[in-house]
Design a protein around this ligand. Sequence first.
Ligand SMILES: [Ca+2]
Ligand SMILES: [Ca+2]
Length: 106
Amino acid sequence: MPTCKLRRIKCHKQEDWTGDDHPYILVNGKKVWGPKRTDEGQIHEINLEFQFNHRIKVTLIEDDQWDDDDHLGEHIITRGDISEDEQELSFREDGAHYSIWILVSS
Ligand SMILES: [Ca+2]
Ligand SMILES: [Ca+2]
């Protein structure tokens, strides 16, 4: 069964104007990582892996305490993404910019 490994996340540009961001990751709609306090330029190791049959969906959300959480983007990973090389997923919605590096193997 193919495996999608989430390796690390980097914040290039925060979503929040004040204070640090608190991004979290959903895989197929279920929270798997975070929210984790994150400053601009910061990198977190994730190192979680998920098996899938046909596709999995990776969504990045930014947690807000007094407001609705912000949707920063999503990507669908399929068997077509199987590669020996790491791939960079870019999340750029709501004025933010994050990257999540993944490795998809068979
Ligand atoms: Ca926010
Ligand atoms: Ca926030």
